[in-house]
Ligand binder design. Sequence first.
Ligand code: ATP
Length: 358
Amino acid sequence: MRGKDVRLDKVSIRFGEATAVHPTDLSIHAGEFFSILGPSGCGKTTILRTISGFIHPTEGRVLIGGEDMAGKEPNERPTALIFQNLALFPLMSVAENVAFGLEARGIGKAERLKRAQELLELVALGGFGDKKPADLSGGQRQRVAIARALAVEPSVLLLDEPLSALDLKLRQHMRTELRAIQRRVGITFIYITHDQGEALAMSDRVAVMSRGRLEQVAEADMLYADPATPFVATFVGEQNVLRGRVATLAGGEAGVDTPVGRLQGRTSGTLSVGDEALVMVRPERIALAGTGENSFPARLVSRSLEGPSVNLDCAAADQQFMVTLPNGPAIRELPEELSLSFGRQDALVFPVGALANG
Ligand code: ATP
């Protein structure tokens, strides 16, 4: 199987008066694991259904492998779709389920079952062909659905929150499985989710969406380390957010006067001295030491154990701060009065207005 690239060229989608997706350009590379991440109602499913051909764009074009998909029905496209409530046929064996789509293509029974067996091996269910779906676990059924979707040899597999019906442990296991299957088959996977952990764990690149717009398209680790907008900064991972006023600007850095004093951070935004601004710093970038720049006294209010890490809930100048530290013996000995600090490269400064789009 060969992956194809998918391109949205100025695609917008309206339902009557309501705009579900504002004009959007997006290039998904052949053979990559690409996720679209965003809160409920932001337009993810609408984009996926537009790629698969169940919805037609109001404006713009969808191209797959360079070919314009205008006028092509879902079954004429090199795509297959898997969604949350996958429906396996309960009376058919697992192998018959996988082979189902091949019959319509005029492939003989022996060849169909041979192909089903190969696909079941691909999803690590080689010995399960004779079982019925009811005999399998949720995760195994999910893998059968993937094998069935792959049977028609799509170039692009579209996955709409396929793990959301599974329990947490299984979901985490299936992330690794899905990633491994994608690597093995080498086709393009486009995965829709509202779960940032899922998107970051599996994807080569992620698009973050909010209110019908793409906020940022980047490699998973870059989204976390270098969010382009306040929405991405707060949707992907935890942030401490402080409001203040810009006092200095120089060399891509801003000094912001906040309730805990002047804080320095990186900025790429369009800020001027005197503007209201947001300073954001991740809980794990805050240290419990330091007296110089970006340090201030705080009070330890409570702590909660997360296994390998500990979250400290701290208060400074009526502001709440979350601090995440590796778990260890020293955590039990912490005094109530602390000093918090962080490096200027670990803080991001955004204009306040920019959050309005979130
Ligand atoms: P969820 O995770 O809840 O499925 P989503 O990000 O996938 O959310 P969409 O289902 O794409 O969001 O919906 C985007 C917007 O378009 C929503 O406001 C939704 O109400 C609207 N919408 C989607 N489909 C239709 C439709 N067929 N008719 C009218 N409005 C629609």
